[in-house]
Design a protein around this ligand. Sequence first.
Ligand code: HPA
Ligand code: ZN
Length: 327
Amino acid sequence: APISPFIAGLPKAELHMHLEGSLEPETIMRLAARNGVRIPYANAEELRAAYSFTDLQSFLDLFYLGLTVLQTGEDFYEMTKSYLDRAAQDRVRHAEVFISPQGHLRRGIAMGTVIDNILRAFDDARREHGMTGGLIAGIQRQFDEEEALSMLRELRPWRDRIIGLGTGGPERGNRPAKFRRAYAYAKHDLGWRTTIHAGEEGGSDFVCEAIDELHVDRIDHGVRSEADPNLMRRLAETGMPLTVCPCSNIMLRVFPDMAAHNIRRLHEAGLCLTVNSDDPSYFGAYVNENFASIQQALGFSDADLWGFARNSFLSAFLNEEDRARHL
Ligand code: HPA
Ligand code: ZN
């Protein structure tokens, strides 16, 4: 969908994107060559042609392959700075991004190599673009809770520079309560805010469990909440934010096409919704394309889109100083 001047100029916060999901195929091939990592595709075009997914797992397989090209601190810096520069062009004024530390630690990369270089890119984006941002550590939910806890203990030295805990990986077979102790540790020992992917491939019961047992501050995706009318009423009454990723949902076949996406019904039910890109390279859509696609397919007014952007700042894990700057 074409990006209207209104969407292009709309100040927005992006609250749901995975940094490793911003690596473009050209960057993956370039870093693979630079670092001597084998990627079983001849060139960027072939790799991009493989971005045709049937479900969440078929995407995750390529996502975990792509991130193996990240080896040095400079790689993490470049990935982060490229995304933030691109987001600044989309008038993203505040970005809260997930990383998957386990995907790097398991390959023998030191935590400091990952975190220090990502934070350095955030500092540069603040200086160059006036953007604010924050890093959310994502548990890979296919692995056990002990590994998640050990990652969190390793992140302790950076606890004041990381804003929250989230998740990545397959929902199916990995319910929210699997990480009860990890979420309690993040909230009470590290002082972080929390969010979780729920109701993307998991059912509305995963959303209920995340709220009741993990006490999260936001829900990532959450679109399958619609199956439970009681939950829908609760979400509306409490103003629980949902970080919706419309183009991701089409690419991973949560809905057959954008006209069938339920974001308009979620909006009409009074939920607090935000619009996000999830994995912009893999899904071929940065945040403005997500706004443009839902407007084109579902007829949202500019005022509706303004409301989603406003919600994104209201739902952000902003400190007092940055809150005053944006609101
Ligand atoms: N869903 C689940 N896990 C992920 C995603 C996603 O969209 N992106 C990266 N890890
Ligand atoms: Zn996601």
